[in-house]
Design a protein around this ligand. Structure first.
Ligand code: SAM
Ligand code: SF4
Length: 346
């Protein structure tokens, strides 16, 4: 194990992808959760009483994150996204980000933006083009209700600061029936004059988040809502990129765009290229899979991690962690067996 940061700039991503599963899906996108803690308490992400945290010494250190990421890049990963909990809460975030920025891979981040102002100049300096920011409502009181914290003004300020810095905010909105579905069009109106992407996400079930089918706002009803408000012929479909998890749209003449991430009603498992590494060093081969394998323990024994990663990928199901039908997916016995989203990272 290395105790000092290495310089990674000489590493070239020339290797063929080694991370192919039994359905021939190449995994080029690694999501790394840096931390299990958060400065918000979103109702759909974690229970009010909090979640059991891993012992501090079982969380990856900065050097471990960098070494493990480097091994993945050598095996064909071309894109890494940092998530959490709230990744910017990590005291050594800057060290980790700077180390990762040396790798021949695109580095992104998903954040609640409470602490974003501290890091914007660093992100700008390293050439970050866009940043995923969670914001579920444009109403201050509703923000406090859903996040259980009073940080609306700060988040809004930081979204505008990101725009001013030339880093495009991609706003993640988890839609909940009777909470924020009436704000869909207000969010889209923001894209008229601002170069934003608003991404509507279907509410997904995880342990302790009281998921019910009735709370879900499905893709079909989002589109119907938008078509009624803006008139159907004004909605333009934008070409999806390969492995895109979102369906992308624009209102004719608007600067920004909007997307729908329909994990529940219209999953994108056939083209999935994602693999997840949790803060305590376990590989999750699918967001919905209960199967986890700890590679940090292997790494700490100075043993190679890739055979273990490949074994985990070999067990990846064709669809939604093995819940092939919507009925199975809606069954609490199955869908609540997975740990809370705050411990996975989205
Ligand atoms: N704290 C950061 C944030 O909120 O952006 C990063 C971690 S958060 C777990 C990553 C993403 O997961 C966020 O966009 C959040 O909205 C989304 N998320 C959390 N719980 C969800 C759920 N039950 N269904 C759909 N998306 C969820
Ligand atoms: Fe924290 Fe993000 Fe989960 Fe909200 S969605 S509780 S901000 S980790």
């Amino acid at each position: 194990m290395h105790n000092e940061l290495e310089t990674y700039s000489t590493l070239e991503n020339t290797s063929a992808n080694n991370l192919t599963d039994s359905f021939n899906r190449e995994h080029t996108y690694l999501r790394i959760s840096l931390i299990e803690k958060c400065n918000l308490r979103c109702t759909y992400c974690m229970p009010a009483e909090g979640v059991g945290l891993s012992p501090p010494d079982s969380i990856m250190s900065a050097n471990e994150v960098l070494e493990i990421a480097k091994t993945f890049v050598n095996s064909g990963v071309t894109k890494i996204r940092l998530t959490g909990g709230e990744p910017l809460l990590r005291k050594d975030f800057e060290l980790i980000y700077k180390g990762l920025a040396e790798l021949p891979a695109e580095i992104g981040i998903t954040t609640n933006a409470v602490l974003l102002d501290k890091y914007l100049s660093l992100f700008k300096e390293k050439g970050m083009k866009s940043i995923n920011i969670s914001l579920d409502t444009l109403n201050k009181k509703k923000f406090s209700d859903v996040t259980r914290r009073d940080q609306f003004d700060r988040v809004m300020k930081n979204i505008y600061a990101s725009l001013n810095a030339g880093i495009q905010p991609r706003i993640n909105v988890v839609l909940l029936r009777d909470f924020n579905e009436n704000e869909i069009n207000d969010f889209i109106e923001l894209t008229k004059d601002l170069p934003l992407v608003v991404r509507f996400i279907e509410f997904m079930p995880f342990e302790g988040n009281e998921w019910k089918t009735e709370k879900l706002v499905p893709m079909a009803s989002i589109l119907q809502n938008v078509a009624e408000h803006f008139e159907g012929n004004k909605i333009e479909r934008i070409q999806d990129k390969p492995n895109d998890t979102s369906k992308n749209y624009r209102i004719k003449g608007f600067i920004g765009s909007f997307s729908i991430i329909s994990t529940v009603t219209n999953p994108f498992c056939d083209s999935c290229n994602r693999i997840r590494l949790t803060a305590n060093g376990t590989i999750k081969n699918c967001l919905f899979s209960e199967d986890e394998v700890n590679i940090l323990k292997v790494f700490r024994k100075n043993e190679p991690i890739m055979p273990v990663v490949k074994m985990a990928l070999g067990k990846k199901h064709r669809m939604r962690g093995g819940m092939d039908t919507l009925e199975e997916f809606s069954d609490p016995k199955k869908n609540q067996a997975n740990r809370s989203m705050i411990l996975i990272g989205g």
